[in-house]
Design a protein around this ligand. Structure first.
Ligand code: P6P
Length: 322
């Protein structure tokens, strides 16, 4: 294959400890990719019968992918701490490690049994406490502007790794012939003008008037602005945002009327996806402020999110802040 492999490419980034962590993460997600692609032939489809810290049904694959990630990241010896949608509390993996990671092990897992795209979302920070002891809350409750690396693995028509370490966004595709990730999408830039909007329109009655006015705007006929835009929503944040990253568009999961928080989690969904989109030239906001500027106060806190191409973001925020 005459393309750089992921390990070759990320070693060039310079930080050997970070490279070890990211390579270990990629190895674990290769195992997850194989499990997802064969889920219908195994007994790991369906629910565990338990619910997570958010009261949501836990799929068997949610539990298994979480375990795979902790095993591989522990083996990296550089990942000190782990916080996950599937764990109520933070975990210390390697007390001597430099980094902490926040993960959604299998975002969109309700799509597992319908073969729709799902993904693993990750966000890496440097720990603030001295290596040697257990990690503490402060090691995880850091703003997105301090992110060292973030991205996602998408298990779709192909398995891809989309990653940024703060110097642009690169995409790697898993070659099924040799089970290696190779650079397939160098320096991804999100189209400035998008024509796709992604939102659960079924909840429209619960939205504030400003957002409803934006949705009406998207549906109006206007040749100069290529409207009506297309509504694309598959109920998988990774799938919806990845499509919009490549084709242009906006994804919105708002707070309902009278509420301030949405459904999606700040640490391991909104911050990493916002880091990627901003590095690719897009924008991400909770409706009032940059997602990456929000100071997290709880490991599992939620936030509203508007994320996407500049033209749609500017127009959406204009409507919602009228
Ligand atoms: P709704 C999947 O459960 C998820 O966390 C995201 O991946 C997705 O964007 C969202 O929830 C879908 O939520 O309420 O529209 O079904």
């Amino acid at each position: 294959m005459n393309r750089p492999s992921f390990p070759d490419f990320v070693v060039a980034d310079g930080d050997l400890d970070l490279t070890k962590l990211l390579v270990a993460l990629a190895e674990g997600c290769k195992v997850i990719s194989h499990l997802v692609n064969n889920v219908g032939l195994s007994d790991i489809i369906g629910h565990t019968g338990s619910s997570n810290v958010h009261g949501e049904d836990v799929q068997k694959l949610d539990d298994l992918t979480n375990k795979i990630l902790t095993d591989y990241l522990t083996a990296s010896e550089t990942c000190a701490g782990f916080v996950s949608e599937e764990n109520e509390h933070i975990l210390t993996l390697n007390a001597g490690g430099k980094f902490t990671i926040a993960v959604d092990p299998l975002d969109g897992s309700s799509n597992i049994d319908v073969a729709a795209p799902i993904g693993t979302i990750f966000c890496v920070h440097e720990r603030l406490t001295a290596p040697g002891g257990d990690v503490e809350g402060v090691d995880f409750l850091q703003k997105g502007t301090a992110t060292r690396a973030a991205g996602y693995f998408i298990y779709g028509s192909s398995t891809m790794l989309i990653i940024s370490t703060g110097r642009g966004v690169n995409g790697f595709t898993l070659n099924t012939a040799d089970n290696e990730f190779y650079l397939s999408h160098p320096n991804i830039m999100m189209p400035e003008k998008g024509k796709i909007y992604s939102i659960n329109q079924g909840n429209a009655q619960k939205y504030d008037d400003g957002l409803r006015n934006f949705l009406n705007y998207c549906g109006e006929v206007d040749k100069d602005t290529s409207r009506p835009y297309s509504l694309r929503y598959i109920g998988s944040m990774v799938g919806d945002i990845h499509r919009n990253l490549i084709k242009g568009g906006i994804f919105i999961y708002p707070a309902n009327k009278g509420e301030t928080k949405g459904k999606l989690r700040l640490l391991y969904e909104c911050i990493p996806m916002s880091f990627i989109v901003e590095q690719a030239g897009g924008k991400a906001s909770d409706g009032k402020m940059r997602i990456l500027e929000i100071q997290p106060t709880d490991f599992h806190e939620r936030c509203a999110i508007f994320i996407g191409s500049k033209n749609l973001m500017d127009k959406a925020l204009e409507f919602v802040n009228q």
